[in-house]
Design a protein around this ligand. Structure first.
Ligand code: AHR
Length: 618
């Protein structure tokens, strides 16, 4: 403990410093002081998070880290944040006890200093960076594993949940249920809430099994509860129940050891992000550019076999000699929009600047051509493949070929729909679902009406990730506002000219049916601009007669907003080149890559367009 003191202070000492000024800032010889507000310091997973933060901080001589422990109390954590802020910290790392309750104080902190959120996010976007797992994906992977475990015969499952209502509980359960849903002979016959605790899980499950009898699988949302479940079955002398957990911590009582000893059939690693938080905190404090908004960390399956084969964590990396120039094959969607042109430019420039040899193919909007391009990269034995998939489906075979050839695949801007998530290494791009939500939130707030609102939606390329996700995010928000109704949804293929043609037809049809359009939601600015032309041609005043919100934030959208013809553009950044090249280099230098790197983006209503336009880069 004494040895750790140079970079670690605990709450009592901090309080003393905070109340009897000068602040910790003045009292420390270190360049930076980071405050870490923990939801609790009792759960093993959180202790691991603290240890990772301390270990990484310990490698930096100019950094002091101060921890507070809220002991699972929202009130106490709010107080802790105030104490940390008053003590003069330079940056706050916080893992919220409850996302909703902590949101206001996090907003308050974010107004003063950079804030990194760990594990759980908040309502809204008042933070610098979120680092955490994708709990729904972990749940889904666990569900897929259990489906395979049960085979064709199917079976009965008991699910053991963490503390009621917390976001990871809901997301893990949702993902798990999604994965087992297609199998009618797999049923969840019992659900137990054990608050993440081993002993509670053991007690509750002992009572449940005694009453209801044997099941085939127990899926517990963390390893501590999985351990409790295993103990309950053993105590009752019931053999053969397979137990699956989540966390995969190292150490004597961690999930890896529980799998090794046979107590659990499997667990899924759930990284705490502690190490990454310190690395990014230092980048933020050093004012480095390109800080993403969200980093989603990788999860991997731990079974006896993966432990024995030493395949825990990321698969082995291909070796590249130090003087070798990396060759990157990139298959672009096409040239459908100004956004895409800016994306291509960003990738080409960044590759040049990074000294990476780029083999670039324009797939001209044709999915088959894009798959053929990826295949040609494999034949050519490039070092790495990246692409922005035109559509989500159809990728599994060629990605398997890439994996068999030992060539890693990075996804740029759009995701693929493949069962085997190990076929790709990392994704970087936007949160399209959030863009759909943001568009709807802005619209509802702008219109402030209970009267019926007729919405026309111009969709992107059908089957593409942005088309699927923007639609779902938009509808998710509209669900609570039934007066906002989508009356027409048609694709404009992300193209300005198609957007115009489709809008001409929609306007004719609406006139024939004597229906009125109040709002246009276009999945990109180019289609909105095309549609504006079509509206003007029939004497409508876009931006006034029809409220228009679209996605991308291209310069032309700002010009349209200044002219009063477009009401809002939700940003989707195409400037992914630098992030992609950094990830490529990090990969070959052996650094861990997050599974998803989500870009930082904003919402631009017409009122700010004039002021913002000069700073727009695309
Ligand atoms: O994948 C991102 C989308 O693709 C952009 O929103 C659209 O303009 C583009 O072509």
């Amino acid at each position: 403990m004494i040895r750790r003191l140079p970079f670690l202070l605990l709450l009592p000492l901090l309080c003393a410093l905070a109340t009897c000024r000068p602040s910790i800032r003045d009292a420390t010889p270190f360049d930076y002081v980071i405050g870490v507000s923990m939801a609790n310091l009792t759960e093993p997973w959180r202790i691991n998070m603290r240890d990772e933060i301390m270990a990484e901080a310990g490698t930096r001589k100019n950094l002091r880290v101060v921890f507070t422990d809220a002991a699972d109390s929202n009130g106490r954590q709010i107080q802790d944040v105030h104490t940390l802020l008053d003590s003069g910290i330079d940056l706050l790392i916080l893992s919220p006890n409850d996302s909703e309750a902590l949101s206001p104080v996090i907003t308050e902190a974010y107004r003063r200093i950079p804030v990194i959120l760990l594990d759980r996010s908040v309502i809204g976007f008042d933070y610098t960076l979120f680092i955490g797992p994708d709990n729904r994906l972990i749940g889904k992977q666990a569900g897929q594993y259990v489906t395979e475990l049960l085979g064709g015969k199917g079976g009965k499952i008991v699910e053991i949940l963490g503390r009621s209502g917390s976001p990871p509980v809901l997301d893990r359960s949702l993902g798990f249920r999604e994965a087992i849903a297609p199998r009618r002979n797999i049923t969840i016959v019992g659900t137990i809430v054990a608050d993440w605790l081993r002993d509670k899980s053991e007690d509750e499950l002992t009572a449940w099994l005694a009453k209801n009898g044997r099941v085939d699988v127990i899926f517990a949302q963390n390893d501590a509860m999985a351990d409790g479940a295993h103990r309950a079955a053993r105590k009752l002398g019931i053999d053969g129940i397979r137990v699956v957990g989540i966390d995969g911590l190292p150490g004597p009582h961690g999930g890896i050891e529980l799998v090794r000893s046979g107590a659990l059939s499997a667990t899924f690693t759930c990284p705490t992000g502690g190490k990454e938080a310190v690395i990014y905190a230092m980048d933020i404090l050093h004012r480095e550019g390109g800080i993403p908004k969200k980093m989603i960390l990788r999860t991997s399956l731990v079974t006896e076999r993966t432990i024995e084969s030493g395949a825990l964590g990321a698969p082995p990396r291909p070796r590249i000699p130090p003087d070798h120039r990396i060759v990157l094959g990139f298959a672009q969607t096409g040239t459908e929009s100004n956004w895409r042109l800016a994306n291509t430019e960003s990738i080409k420039t960044a590759a040049r600047q990074a000294g990476i040899d780029l083999v670039f193919v324009d797939s001209e909007g044709q999915p088959e051509k894009q798959i053929a391009a990826v295949r040609s990269f494999i034949e050519r034995k490039v070092d790495i493949i990246a692409f922005s998939p035109i559509v989500e489906s159809g990728w599994e075979p060629v990605m398997r070929e890439a994996k068999a050839a030992g060539i890693p695949v990075f996804l740029s801007d759009r995701t693929v729909d493949v069962k085997d998530e190990s076929l790709w290494t990392t994704f970087m791009g936007s949160d399209f679902v959030e863009e759909g939500r943001r568009s709807a939130r802005w619209l509802i707030n702008y219109m402030k009406t209970d009267k019926p609102v007729n919405i026309v939606e111009l969709l992107g390329t059908i089957g593409s990730a942005p088309e699927i996700d923007r639609t779902s995010g938009f509808k998710e928000i509209l669900k609570d506002h039934p007066n906002f109704r989508i009356i027409v949804s048609e694709t404009g293929n992300f193209e300005r000219s198609t957007g115009k043609e489709v809008m001409q037809r929609i306007l004719r049809d609406l006139t024939d049916k004597s229906e009125k359009m109040d709002v246009l939601f276009a999945h990109n600015d180019d289609m909105a601009i095309g549609a504006i032309g079509a509206m003007e041609a029939v004497g409508l005043k876009p931006g006034k007669d029809v409220v228009i919100v679209s996605v991308d934030g291209i310069r032309d959208a700002f010009t349209a907003m200044i002219a009063g013809k477009l009401n809002c553009s939700v940003e989707c950044s195409p400037l992914l080149g630098p992030q992609l090249m950094k990830a490529v280099k990090d990969y070959f230098s052996g650094k861990d890559l997050p599974v998803k790197i989500i870009t930082s983006e904003g919402v631009f209503p017409a009122e700010v367009a004039r002021a913002v336009l000069p700073s727009r880069k695309y």
